[in-house]
Write a protein that binds this ligand. Structure first.
Ligand SMILES: Cc1cc2nc3c(=O)[nH]c(=O)nc-3n(C[C@H](O)[C@H](O)[C@H](O)COP(=O)(O)OP(=O)(O)OC[C@H]3O[C@@H](n4cnc5c(N)ncnc54)[C@H](O)[C@@H]3O)c2cc1C
Length: 415
């Protein structure tokens, strides 16, 4: 029996794979989408804490590109072809209402990431894409005609079945959150067939600190704080929301800082939290003096309710070294200074990043020098394309990583 031949085989049914396969199908190609999980879009379904931050509303293309750092310019053609605005129109046309939230975050109006997955399934169906679940790809078979015409002939599934296609698109994602299926399978195939893989590292990961004190603060969420990273100098800082975990810190600004930390060589770093970034030292001192004046006969331990979240108070009292039973009107200027320093520079020592297990995104991946940004085609293998997180490009939180998947997936499908 003749083996079925496809125009395109897409490996990996995540965000990039689904949009790419659907678009190729829409353009009339015979497409097979191979996914190792029992379901499509397992990671997509848990994005944005189950709400899926589909993209970001940033209107200026230059700003958008800059957000991705030095590799951002690789996205120029992809974003031109299928911009963040196109993403919104695309989903709205599939019947998915969207909404805009703070920081330009665009989400499904239903607050349900599963609705995004369902829309993409509908798109795949409309494009007559053959979806094959429980189909892990295990091997890539290439051959070289003349010296420089290297091609993939076929891929082999775990059950031994061969898939033959004219072109192959790898959308297997990165290595983060491996329980969703993204286990970095393609990196080893790619290195074997001559591609360079920039060392994958967990990015957008919670941070672990050395101090055990965080155990007491686990679950405390912080709003409007500034967190900064230091060696001898201040390296980076970010303002917004964070969260204490039992080992350290997480939350939007911590995840964004972790993306920078993973690129710093020295790991002898300090993390400082400014709980009152809107008040400089003298203003905070005045504010505390005013509170102490109002509560003059109270004990120190009962005087910080207006200033700090409840869970933080015993920790600050303990670290301040001020006797908790002391009346506030007996607190000295030096003691107050120490308290203010704690509130403005709550210092912890960096121990590490939580790692791939809980990282939102992988930095590193297929070296962009070996991929044509206008087509997403490999410069090494003539019928190979890439899209999504497998590429060496990543962004901060705010919908930017899914935008990479949508734009590169859509472009790659236009083979
Ligand atoms: C908890 C969490 C929350 C997130 N929230 C957001 C958010 O709100 N907004 C945002 O922009 N980004 C978010 N991200 C990042 C975003 O989800 C990813 O960047 C995006 O899913 C990458 O899409 P992808 O298609 O390239 O890869 P993936 O979504 O990882 O898909 C890859 C697929 O390939 C399959 N696969 C792998 N190997 C094989 C193989 N050998 N054979 C067959 N199939 C294979 C996998 O099973 C998987 O389904 C979040 C990530 C996480 C982990």
């Amino acid at each position: 029996m003749m083996k079925k031949k496809y125009d395109l085989a897409v490996i990996g049914g995540g965000a990039a794979g689904m949009i790419a396969a659907g678009h190729a199908g829409e353009l009339g190609s015979r497409v097979v989408l191979l996914e190792k999980n029992r379901n499509l879009g397992v990671k997509l379904a848990i994005t944005g804490k189950g709400r899926c931050n589909i993209t970001n509303a940033e209107e200026d293309l230059k700003n958008l590109i800059n957000i991705y750092g030095k590799n951002g310019k690789f996205l120029y053609s992809a974003l031109n072809k299928f911009s963040n605005k196109d993403v919104v129109d695309f989903f709205e046309n599939l019947g998915l209402k969207t909404k805009l939230e703070r920081g330009g975050r665009i989400l499904p109006a239903s607050d349900n990431a599963k609705d995004v997955v369902s829309s993409l399934k509908k798109y795949l169906n409309e494009g007559n894409v053959e979806v094959r679940l429980n189909s892990p790809v295990e091997k890539i078979i290439t051959h070289t005609k003349n010296n420089n015409d290297k091609k993939i002939d076929k891929i082999i599934l775990k059950n031994g079945e061969e898939i033959i296609a004219d072109s192959f698109l790898f959308t297997t994602g990165g290595k983060s959150y491996p329980r969703t299926g993204s286990t970095g399978d393609a990196y080893k195939w790619l290195e074997k067939i001559g591609h360079t893989v920039v060392e994958p590292k967990p990015a957008l990961s919670p941070i672990i600190v050395k101090e055990k004190i965080v155990e007491e603060l686990e679950g405390l969420s912080l709003k409007n704080v500034e967190i900064s990273i230091w060696d001898n100098h201040k390296l980076y800082s970010s303002f917004g929301e964070a969260l204490f975990t039992n080992k350290g810190l997480s939350g939007p600004i911590v995840l964004d800082l972790s993306r920078k930390i993973c690129k710093i060589k020295t790991k002898d770093l300090k993390i400082k939290i400014d709980y009152k970034p809107a008040l400089d030292y003298p203003t905070l001192d005045k504010r505390i003096l005013r509170d102490f004046e109002e509560l003059r006969n109270r004990q120190f331990k009962n005087s910080l309710d207006k200033l700090l979240p409840r869970k933080l108070i015993p920790v600050i009292i303990n670290l301040s070294g001020i006797d908790e039973n002391k009346k506030v009107n007996e607190i000295t200027k030096i003691e107050r200074k120490k308290l203010i320093k704690l509130l403005k520079e709550f210092e912890m020592s960096f121990k590490g990043l939580v790692g791939f297990e809980k990282a939102i995104v992988t930095s590193g991946g297929v070296d962009l020098k070996e991929v044509d940004p206008k087509t997403m085609k490999s410069k090494i293998i003539n019928n190979l394309y890439f899209a999504g997180e497998i590429l060496d490009i990543d962004g901060p939180t705010g919908g930017y990583n899914l935008q990479v998947a949508w734009s590169t997936g859509y472009l790659a499908a236009e083979i």
